[in-house]
Design a protein around this ligand. Structure first.
Ligand code: BV8
Ligand code: ZN
Length: 244
């Protein structure tokens, strides 16, 4: 089907939907200048996830891991939400039953005004104490390495879900609820390979939701979804808000 008719169909489905759920990945922030993970210039081309984004890596070399996060903090601090982030914040305002699940840790959805939001892999602007577990906002750029907890003195870590770690039970509950009762699931700018988020489209399909993907390229999820729109998120997502 041509893009025009696909776009029209998706707009009709959104207009008729009572509940809309959205899953985003690094592709939506690529248009703001934040690097993706698996693209040609993706972070995992130059860095090994095992060396930087696992609890074992942090135990082995917390300084190296913090240096990598400081580099990303410096980069993300200069970035702004783009038209796709803003359009999703507007969709939330228009749809009373809305939930946004993001794998991104950059905080740009919140900066754009989204509030009905699960940041399922955490947030780069939060730190967590490895001793007492307290979570605090921290926007220092760069953060002083090695940072320590003001309450108990233990080492602080990024409040980010690394490979091999479980997502928060509250986030999983919120996502499960949003997936199991939505009429439409939009999957935007994710390669769809990291679990559990990679399984979200199947959950929504099983309950009969209409599932649409917006991505530059086909993904492993493309065969499963009802409709794919190919292009930049910042160009396509705002079109969903235009009148039918
Ligand atoms: C867990 C944090 C239970 C770092 C991240 C074998 C089989 C199945 C599963 C597993 C397995 N082995 C291990 C697992 C589990 C593992 C997993 O899924 N591994 C995969 C890789 C095989 N998952 C976990 O460990 C998760 N926890 O399962 O808990 C458990 C516990 C113990 C043991 C087992 C299980 C935890 C996952 C947390 C991962 N944390 N990183 C950080 O950010 O600091 S993952 C990393 O990938 C990022 O967080 C990122 O958000 C996420 C997903 O990537 P994407 O967002 O999709 O980005 P990507 O670059 O891949 O794709 C970008 C897309 O955008 C592309 O499709 C591109 O075409 C598109 N695009 C680009 N530009 C645009 C665009 N689209 C539109 N417009 C554009 N302009
Ligand atoms: Zn502490």
């Amino acid at each position: 089907m041509a893009r025009g008719s696909n776009l029209g169909l998706l707009k009709e489905k959104l207009a008729a939907a009572e509940a809309i759920t959205v899953l985003t990945g690094a592709g939506i922030s690529a248009d703001s200048g934040v690097p993706t993970f698996r693209g040609a210039d993706g972070l995992w081309k130059n860095f090994r996830a095992e060396d930087l984004a696992t609890p074992e890596a942090f135990e082995r070399d917390p300084r190296l891991v913090w240096e990598w996060y400081n580099w990303r903090r410096e980069l993300i601090a200069t970035k702004q939400p783009n038209d796709a982030h803003k359009a999703l914040a507007e969709l939330e305002r228009r749809c009373p039953d809305f939930w946004l699940m993001t794998q991104n840790v950059d905080g740009l959805h919140r900066d754009a005004g989204s509030r009905k939001l699960s940041e399922i892999h955490g947030n780069i602007w939060k730190v967590r104490c490895t001793g007492c577990g307290v979570v605090e906002n921290n926007r220092d750029v760069p953060i002083a390495i090695l940072p320590s907890c003001s309450r108990c003195g233990s080492l602080l870590r990024p409040h980010i879900v690394w490979f091999g770690e479980s997502l928060s039970p509250d986030d999983l509950d919120d996502c499960s609820r949003a997936l199991k009762h939505c009429d439409v699931l939009l999957v935007i700018g994710t390669s769809g390979v990291v679990y559990p988020a990679a399984g979200f489209a199947s959950v929504a399909k099983e309950v009969g939701a209409f599932v649409a993907e917006i991505n530059l390229d086909p993904t492993p999820q493309s065969a499963l979804v009802d409709l794919s729109l190919h292009g930049r998120a910042k160009d396509l997502v705002p079109l969903l808000l235009e009148p039918l």
